[in-house]
Structures are given as C-alpha cells and as structure tokens.
Design a protein around this ligand. Sequence first.
Ligand code: KIV
Length: 287
Amino acid sequence: MIKKITVNTIQKYKNSHEKFSVLTAYDYSTAKYIDEAGIDIILIGDSLAMVALGYENTNAIGVCEMEIFTKAVARGAKRSLIVTDMPFMSYHTTEAEAIENCGKMIKAGANAVKLEGASDYIIKTITHLTQIGIPVIGHLGFTPQFLNAIGGYNIQGKSFNSTLKILEEAKKLEQAGVFAIVLEMVPEESAQFITENLKIPTISCGAGRYCDAQVLVSDDLLGKFSDFKPKFTRKYGDMKSLILSCAKKYNEDVKNGKFPNEEEIFKLKEEELDQLKLHQREKINQY
Ligand code: KIV
C-alpha cells in the first residue's frame, strides 16, 4: 500500500530536521514518474504559464487552465502531496471568490494550494482557507506575481531590515496556518535566519542550502526549457537535445521510407487481401 505524504509528514520532516524535495509537474506522465521517484511534494506551479504554455510571465494563466493541469497531475501522482499554485488575480478580488477558486483546485485533486504574499488582505484569506480545511503553502521573497510592482527579477532580503521584514511576514503566515513557506531568491544567510525562527518548514527556490526543502521547476531539472536558466537551478538531464535528436531521426526515417517498418504495421488476412486484389483488377478492367 502506498503511504501518501500529508501535511503532517511535512511537519514531521521539519521536526526531525529531515530535508524534503519539491518538484513541479504539469502533466500525467511526468507526475507519475516524479511520484515514483519519491519526490515529496509535486507543485503544479504557475511557472507552467512560461515553461509549458510559452507565456512571457506567470500572470497570464487563469483558474481554468490550472484546474486542467491539476487534474492531469492528480491522475498520475499517488504518493506525493499535490499542491496547486493559485494564479494571479484568482484570490485578490473578494474573499468569496478566493475560497471558490481554491476549492476548485481541491476538487480537481490538489491536496493544498500555494498563495503569494503576506499583505493583511492575503493573511485574512489564508486564515479563512486554513479554517475551512484547505491547506496552504505561502510564498515570500521574490514573488513572481508581483513582478510589475517589484520591477524585475530582483533578489529579496539583501539587508538586515529587509530580512527582518520577510521574517515578520513569515510569522504572520505561520500564524494564519500555512504549513510551509517558499522563499524565492533570498540570500542563503537571510533564508537560514528566517528558517531557524519558524516552526513550519521553508522551501528554497534560490534561497540556499539551509531551508528545510528545495524546489525546482521540472523543465529546468530535465533540461527541457531553454529560453533562460536561473542561477539557482540545476540541469540534471538534456531533454531539449533528446527531443531534437528523436524528432530529427523520425523526420529522416519518414522521408526515407524507413518508418514504419514490418513490425509497426497491421496486415490483412490472406483471404481479405485476395478479395481486395480481385476487386482492384475488376475495377481496372471496367475502364
Ligand atoms: O510557479 C512555480 O513553479 C513556483 C516554484 C518555482 C516555487 O512557484
């Protein structure tokens, strides 16, 4: 029997100082293999807007799209905890709408949702969500949905004061009931200080080695996305080259008549073939 990772498992990891792993996935088969590989949390990140759908940033994606990809991942993953990123403007207008949209992801198969920021408004929404049984992961430091307001892909928490500000926000999120916090593009020492002052685990996304967990976008890990490479990612494979070489070989084989071969086709039974040949001869004789 597969033992599903839950929010309790994640807290146990923190308590016992055991590191855990987070990877994004957006489709059924990738989720299935990532799950089989033993990754603890699968995140349907809104990064999918850029790496899978080709948008310029993450703000373009909507609730319906996140729902479709959540359903695909949930069909593939059996053990990992499934977390869906709530897209830009899906939890910012009214609290009722935020709850409805988060509920859609849980109905689609997510075990939890991830929300960015820690303004009073977001804290109120998260408090409500956790009170009605929707587990939440917070996201601080560089928050991609605030890209226009931040003014670029800038490192956050670079000074003593800004590190204290992130810690203060993290404490508010902890109080609101989140079970983990992603820290994105934060200097390692600042992230360590924040991590050591929280009861819940932190997940590093370019926040160094001392967070409780690490997250990578699977397309970066697999070497599939090649438009740019953030400093904090590591390429474990070269899917771009694999796709290119397979597609080139296939293209050649089709054009040289080498695909399909004898084993890759269906054949008629002999008597059906004879009939077909007879019919063809009769047709030719008609003209
Ligand atoms: O969208 C995403 O994939 C993320 C992670 C990289 C943390 O938010």
